[in-house]
Write a protein that binds this ligand. Sequence first.
Ligand code: IVH
Length: 676
Amino acid sequence: MNKKIIESEYKKKIKLLINYNKNYFDASKPLVTDKVYDDLKNSILILESKYSFLNSENSPSKVVGFKPSKNFQKITHRAPMLSLANAFGREDLINFEKRILNFLSKKDDFVLSYSTEPKIDGISASLIYKNSQFKIGLSRGDGKEGEDITANLATIKDIPKKIKSKDFPEEIDIRGEVFIQNSDFENLKEKFANPRNAASGSLRQKNPDDTKKIPLKFIAYTFGYQKGLKINNQIDFLKKLDDWGFKTNPLNKLVAGVENLLTNYSKIEKDRTKIDFDIDGIVYKINNFELQKRLGYVANSPRWAIAHKFASNKAISKILNIEIQIGRTGALTPVAKIKPINIGGVIVSNATLHNEDEIDRKDIRIGDLATIERAGDVIPHIISVDKLKRDKKLTKFIFPKKCPSCGSKTIKEFNNVTKKEDAVRRCSNEGYECEKIAIEKLKHFVSKDAFNIEGFGKKIVENFWNLNLLKLPHDVFNLDFNKIESLEGWGKQSMENLKYSINQRKNISLERLIYSLGIRHIGLENAKILSKYFKSFSKFISFSNKKILDDILNIDGIGETQLKSIKIFFDNNVNLNILKELQKILKVKDAIINDKNGLLNEKTFMVTGKLNGISRAEVKSLIEVNSGASVSTVTKKLNYLIIGEKPTKKKVDKAKEFKITILNQSQFLKMLNVSS
Ligand code: IVH
């Protein structure tokens, strides 16, 4: 056979395999049966062994086990798998500690002790143990639902299958990181970009025998659901993990105070290369479990922990262009297109410039040589440009005064809190009339924390937009599937998969729905607060009603900024129409008011005056955890006014006028059976 024909035959097969993989990975069902898939894979391998000139990056010989499977059963985590906020330096840590001290209402001299744990850059997993036996192993998934990868996890030697210790809890989800040691990665270098990819790919193999071929390790560091755990601090828990037969990080350490955290950080960062696995920072956790419990969570991360990231890798490259990206809320973000460069194993060709002020302050110009920094999973950014090496012809970058997408005026808002003009310039449109904003809003609508439509990625949104298949959120539920089936790269099976994923999401919680609308300043936490207030979608839709507008300011957590932005949203007819259309299509589950049997059962509370040894934030969180609600003004609807030292007279008088029960701090805490 002619070399050219063989090559073209080979390329065709590779292309087909890529298509199968894409569908296998991006959709929940594969395009072809396993047999057809394996036959194709084998025919490629046979061709390669016959003709040494054949070679492709996407060959199954290069990518071990090939694309991971999507066909794992989904299981809800008994306790969600949270993420961590990031800190990048002393200032962030000082703020982190200040927030904690404020929440706990402690003075600055109160010493906080932390469990410091080098953060392994791997894949997290949750191992469910019942009666000392390893039963089920889950991936993190979206934090709420993981995938059942028990068979694959069971191949890892570091994961004990049976615990002999008598003091092992009756039930516990042990959580930790699956990773590959750098020395083991040496042999896999050809096939994967980095150890993390190798670990992730092999954990998601359909056949556990494929997983077994990769030397995966497991280090345990926390727990989810538990029954019968008798330990009261993190360092003791880590010690127990060792006793029970789990591997823990040998560099874990108890450290007190920010200054000591920084010393420990510098030491570990310096010795980082001597360790046989990749770490991308250090996790700090308040050591005491009682304090952890008091601190609780904000949105998806705990108040009591933070990941202090290592200052990354740096490199120098040329700025080829500065492009303006428009975000979902209209923010104009400048992005530097740089000459592609390898920074710590990752090819970087974009770096964020944050905003207009940053370009001015650093005097960044197109054509400059820039130092670019990349820290872990954070978007690369430009530290500085070399003004000495600058070509004299380079001119200052002029930030567009008109939106590059819709031509509307761009504006800088005045921030009432900082009393300064915002650093961010925005498109004044902020609605679906601006094409770029509309596309970003749609991407947000289908994204993980919003509608979470599997297989509906950013590229698909852009593609459907360009083909006029998708312009407004409710179009997601009225797609022309016949047309989609006939598009390049699509087929019957992949179209059916998408249809299935979309239909599955027609049942949605009110909280997710509110978040998915992408209202400015309404993130996950505020969406949750609003959903609890409105309770049902129909009440939310009737929002524009003036009485509700006044009432909503009374919800703790919703301030003037949020209210203004909600009003702007409801003043827009396009948005009202979207809500009406969505109401026709969706089945929105009413908000679940925590535990209706909570001690404060739907009662409303308000605090005035200074409390003793407990912060307002903690009182608020205690109220919510016990199914009550905290409000910010005295109205007839208020059930209890909690008064501390020097309460506002007006509020107390009003409460008396309305015959509202007034409590002092210890009476309130007694209601919760908490001692003061
Ligand atoms: S604790 C609420 N401890 O970091 C606690 N996480 O962004 C969250 N990680 O998904 C997890 N080392 O994959 C914890 N010692 C450690 C960790 C660690 C690495 C990863 C983990 C998690 C991510 C959080």
